[in-house]
Design a protein. Sequence first.
Length: 359
Amino acid sequence: MPRVPLASFWEAQGATLKKEKNWEIPALFKDFSSECEAVRKGVGLIDLSHRGKIEVTGKDRVLFLHNLLSNDIKSLGLGDGCYAALLSAQGKIIADMNVYVFANSILLEVEGGLEEKVVEKLEKLHVNESVELKNATGDWILITLQGPKSEALVGALIHGPAMVNQEFQHSNFMILDAPTTLIRRSVTGEKGFHLLIPKEKGEPIVKRILEVGRLYGIRPLGSGALEILRIEAGIPRYGIDMDENVTLPETGLDSIAASETKGCYPGQEVVARIKTYGGLNKKLSGLVFDKSNLPRTGDKVYKDKEEIGFVTSACHSPTLTQGIALAYLKKGHFEAPSEVSIKVSPQPVPAKITNLPFI
């Protein structure tokens, strides 16, 4: 099983590693509460190197991806990016991804473990276009800085203002004589930036980030705290809150992942029909409850005696000091607030429907 390239370094920093998506990644440094607090009040550093990275090259790469993905790729210029999805003809989500446009390539960042599936699917849809797809997951270290002080830290690292003002925008700079890509990207609901770093330069650059970051109270954190932070922010995750059984509009992500003007792409008719006429059978919603037994994925949600949905993600939120969950609820039960219950062993947990995000 591969480890993230900096696994030994993180262990020396006190990290506990765990297996996830065929990788060993940092899961915990100290405790979830203090790691989450660092991101909500200061800045946290998270190693996302296990996330899939697909490099798309060839002269037809823009048109190829524009015709297959849900968002408008042709409108993106050098240094731009967007969030998009690869859908089935029925509008079901095969994969979601971040799209970044570089001078000679387009980089697709996907959920860890999905890169081979996405490459295989795109290869099957590849006809006569001049396009090449490469799984580049192991070529780069991907670090993210998240929190209200992340922009100040980035400014100190690059000795000037971060010249990426919109989400997904990116630019290149040098740090310790290594070319590094800075991407504005929030994965916690706070200000955030990704750093795409050459694999061989990873450890000295991360040491430099931690050194400069002391002034801003930087803390490394693991995947456990990141899960709490993204649930608090109401951000669904592929493989947990969405998959090929879910349509894009059911997640609520169609507002940022789907262009209304670009024309046809697989699943476009379904997305457009739901946008125009409604008709969602289920929708990703929020639930809040007192700290108690934590619901598990698949636990049923009831309104009185009627089953109205199921939980996908849940956690005890240290920021809100209560339990929170993402759940798909049936049509007619989307509106908040409404009293429901979650069937959790040994006894049901009273909960209330709430709007997303939680924070």
